[in-house]
Write a protein that binds this ligand. Structure first.
Ligand SMILES: Nc1ncnc2c1ncn2[C@@H]1O[C@H](COP(=O)(O)OP(=O)(O)OP(=O)(O)O)[C@@H](O)[C@H]1O
Ligand SMILES: [Mg+2]
Length: 267
């Protein structure tokens, strides 16, 4: 596998004068469920670490724990994820190595089911921003796999993020979800991080999908593909088992677009 990866082009990232990447937090978020957030987060985290060469942390903020599953990290009987937010527990104590070089996971567990209410009650509105800033010395990219909610967790995500990736399967409901995300960002972040809509699960055999593509020709797109579904069976990102597939190419192009957005933002 390593041999194949070396033949892939290296994607340059935003770098500082010493040649190391400046850190960035990237949220994969929508208020809508089942739109491909976790699949995108795990695949993009792999591109960040394997192809851009960034030290990368995938932080699972959804109690369902899908990100760890997609990276093949076995769950542990632990209920400490919430303590990172509410008891100032050091997140480094929970971070796990993934099977992939430079890619670590901060797993979710059942304790964060009620995180929204707990965060709201303790009133620490910038807790997640502080935590991600604190990890920036060790990780050049932190990717947040978000739950499909609109509450204190998503408000904190918006404040912590340098870019927000919003997967949208072509449907009127997804378009509405996108409008809600745009509004939420405007309400919760003074810095207005760039929002990058991504047409996800795009199936050009379907009329609605073709129309959505035509209406948004500049948006990155991820096709509906059985290889992408296979990530959950193989517990690996597509790039790790089918690096030359069209699906892998789409994730690579999306990752490049995200790095470009980050560079533009930094001017
Ligand atoms: N491009 C794709 N092609 C085919 N299947 C996909 C694609 N993207 C995601 N899927 C499948 O769709 C389902 C939902 O994906 P995923 O879990 O990534 O969505 P999610 O937005 O994280 O969901 P939730 O809101 O429940 O966290 C999964 O079974 C996944 O394998
Ligand atoms: Mg998910």
């Amino acid at each position: 596998m390593a041999k194949k990866l070396r033949t892939l082009p290296r994607i340059p990232g935003a770098t500082n004068p010493s040649g190391t990447a400046r850190s960035a937090t990237i949220a994969i978020y929508s208020v809508k469920g089942g739109v491909g957030k976790t699949t995108l987060a795990a695949n993009l985290a792999w591109y960040s670490s394997s192809i851009s060469g960034h030290r990368t942390l995938l932080w699972d903020l959804d109690a369902a724990g899908g990100s760890g599953f997609l990276l093949g990290v076995d769950p542990r009987e632990s209920r400490q994820a919430e303590d990172v937010f509410t008891r100032e527990r050091n997140p480094r104590k929970l971070i796990r190595k993934s099977p992939f070089d430079q890619l670590d996971l901060l797993p979710a567990d059942e304790s964060i089911r009620a995180l929204d209410a707990r965060l709201a009650s303790i009133g620490k509105r910038k807790r997640l921003s502080k935590l991600t800033a604190n990890l920036s010395g060790e990780y050049e990219r932190v990717l947040l796999d978000c739950p499909p909610v609109m509450n204190e967790i998503s408000a904190q995500v918006v404040r912590a993020a340098d870019a927000i990736i919003v997967p949208l399967p072509p449907s009127p409901l997804s378009a509405r979800a996108f409008e809600l995300v745009v509004r939420e960002v405007a309400e919760n972040s003074k810095s207005h991080p760039p929002i990058l809509p991504v047409l996800s699960m795009l199936d050009m055999r379907r009329k609605l999908h073709r129309e959505a593509r035509e209406a948004n020709p500049d948006w990155p797109a991820i096709p509906y593909a059985s290889l992408i579904e296979q990530c959950a069976v193989r517990q690996k990102p597509v790039g790790a088992f089918a690096p030359r597939s069209p699906a892998a190419g789409h994730f690579a192009a999306l990752w490049q677009a995200i790095e470009t957005k980050l560079e533009e933002r930094r001017g």
